[in-house]
Design a protein around this ligand. Structure first.
Ligand code: ZN
Length: 205
């Protein structure tokens, strides 16, 4: 008797759905996205991957995670371009979804309604701890949401916050370990209070 896991059933059954992978920086969102997309490729499904053109930290054409397991992708400058580029696919992956416009919600619904499995990864909160771009709406319409966590660099607990270590008020500041650190709620609060005492007030209140 062959027993298929839930994962396997999802990969072979061609039925539209929306999966969201959300979390802080360094939480392994992109790694989890790539893991699911690679499994879909192994199952001989046709896979397309998109990311916002804004994210040029690594290679222009690849979704690259921090451990360099790359998978080829198309940079697009708006969510509408995803529909223009997508035809004859089974699975669409979208990375760094927080940087897309709000139209991404409709785009994901349209793809899923037409039978495509859509897997979206993105930051759920900005550095102020506020819901980021279209992510809260995407979580609401998703069939399944996975919240992944980093490890707090101060205390070792699970971390959900991306703390910006450098002073900069812009919501979008692409960066790595020089600019950001993952913190748990308690350590994040402490860091923000300390910054306010030192005259930095760009953290959340
Ligand atoms: Zn902590």
């Amino acid at each position: 008797m062959v027993v298929f896991s839930e994962d396997h059933i999802q990969e072979t059954r061609r039925r539209g759905r929306i999966e969201v992978i959300c979390g802080s920086m360094f939480s392994g969102k992109t790694e989890e996205l790539i893991r699911r997309l690679k499994r879909a490729q192994f199952a001989r499904l046709r896979v397309e991957i998109y990311k916002p053109a804004i994210d040029t930290r690594y290679s222009e054409a690849d979704v690259v995670s921090h451990d360099s397991h790359a998978i080829s992708s198309t940079p697009v400058d708006s969510s509408a371009s995803i529909l223009l580029f997508t035809s004859e696919v089974d699975v669409v992956g979208i990375d760094e979804a927080q940087f897309f416009d709000d139209g991404l919600v409709d785009v994901c619904n349209q793809l899923a309604d037409s039978g495509v499995r859509v897997i979206v990864a993105g930051l759920d909160m900005d550095f102020r701890g506020r819901p980021f771009g279209p992510m809260p709406a995407l979580c609401a319409i998703a069939d399944e949401v996975s919240k992944v966590h980093a490890i707090c660099v101060k205390c070792g607990e699970l971390a959900a916050f991306s703390h910006r270590k450098v002073k900069n008020d812009r919501q979008v500041l692409l960066g790595e370990t020089e600019e950001y650190e993952p913190l748990c709620r308690q350590c994040y609060r402490k860091a923000i209070w300390a910054e306010e005492e030192n005259g930095r007030s760009d953290g959340y209140k």
